[in-house]
Write a protein that binds this ligand. Sequence first.
Ligand SMILES: Nc1nc2c(ncn2[C@@H]2O[C@H](COP(=O)(O)OP(=O)(O)OP(=O)(O)O)[C@@H](O)[C@H]2O)c(=O)[nH]1
Ligand SMILES: [Mg+2]
Length: 451
Amino acid sequence: MSDTIAALSTPSGESAVALVRLSGGDCRRIAREIFGKQTIAPRSANFGIYRDLCGNFLDETIYAFFAAPSSYTGEDMLEISCHGNPFIVRKILDDLIARGARAAQPGEFTRRAFMNDKLDLSQAEAVALVIGARSARALEAAQKQLAGELGRRITKLSDSLMDMLAMAEAYIDFPEDDLPPEDERSLIESADSLSKQIESLLETAKYSHLVHRGINAVITGSPNAGKSSLLNSLVGDERAIVSETAGTTRDFITETVLIGKYSLNLTDTAGLREPRSEIEAKGIKLAVEKLKLCDIRLLVLDAASPMPDLPAEAAGTFSPQNTIIALNKCDLKDAKPSEFQNLSSRFETVEVSCRKGFGIDALRESIIKLIEKFHIRASADDVLVGARHAAALERALVSVREARKKVASGAAGELVASDLREALNSLGEILGKTDNEDVLDRIFSKFCIGK
Ligand SMILES: Nc1nc2c(ncn2[C@@H]2O[C@H](COP(=O)(O)OP(=O)(O)OP(=O)(O)O)[C@@H](O)[C@H]2O)c(=O)[nH]1
Ligand SMILES: [Mg+2]
């Protein structure tokens, strides 16, 4: 019987309700002792006075008992909802430990769910993704993974590999026989089809981090062009200082904004020009560093001023795939958007006025268009592959290609089978069909306590 773990599953701090969770063999006994009831119907909400071991009143609570295996972890579980006061929560947790439970490690509830086959490893990882999702697209992808979609795709690939393995192994016992041409053809076709499917999954790894961590976007341009005004317009708040003094922004400011289904980590930076002071020089250096590393750039130009001469180091980072021009101050009488035609023929350009608020929605649309054209595949029915999955898929792909090469060159079935087995092992790692404790420790340590 597993030991019983306990943790606060809601954020610590003041709240209307806090949820304390337990999982393990002692849940039933602990619930009976605390609430003084001999029988507790599983899966029902019960009102109960929480009294500690010494009989002191701690709180009025609602609790629910889940009997194994019909629970999140697959073990007996107890959930106690108390008032969201950190002091009450501390007393309850101390009492639970005095009654024989122990404090849960980060991710330990989900780890137990995985160990008890309630979730495969990709689903367990998805629990953290669902909780951390900050955009509609990230949530869509995380929920699909939690529902087992990645697991199903990997299982399908593994099934095809097993068919191929059976075919290759059939000839291991007869080394003097060559693989019949029709089996050889069938193995090659299967290997090609598998490679294609793995490659298509791997494609999503190129942008899954953009979906989950958000797209890093930098606002850049000359001093006074209206960069901070644009950040404020997109955030919908007076977040950055706006002033008519050129060179106002020095340090960078990052805010997360939602644009369509996507989350953008939007950074306002210092205006680019020949610096007039040491502090401004530092700000510009930081701005250029941010520009070099970001995913997309919003170049703000003052439509009423001539085209500025931007430093080559910054200008060199712009391409039509990663840059949108916001032609600002189009409300001014002397604004001349047509003078920027040279640029607007190459870059997506939107005429805006941060002061009057026009063009901002069009800019949002252009940002979505650019993201979906060059950065994140728009279709929502793909499952997104994370870095750990991608590494395993890459290894599987190498083995499948190697097996194909061997079949084509008439190598012995044994050698082909060995590559196919390697590929199967690599795919197995994605779903956790591995007993590598280090991998599991690494995955679950990223969770918070109580998950
Ligand atoms: N007429 C007009 N003025 C604007 C517009 N947007 C910004 N401004 C003004 O332009 C000036 C500079 O705006 P900021 O947003 O501070 O410009 P910035 O690019 O962040 O400037 P630095 O931080 O100094 O590089 C302020 O006086 C703003 O009020 C606009 O759309 N129309
Ligand atoms: Mg500024």
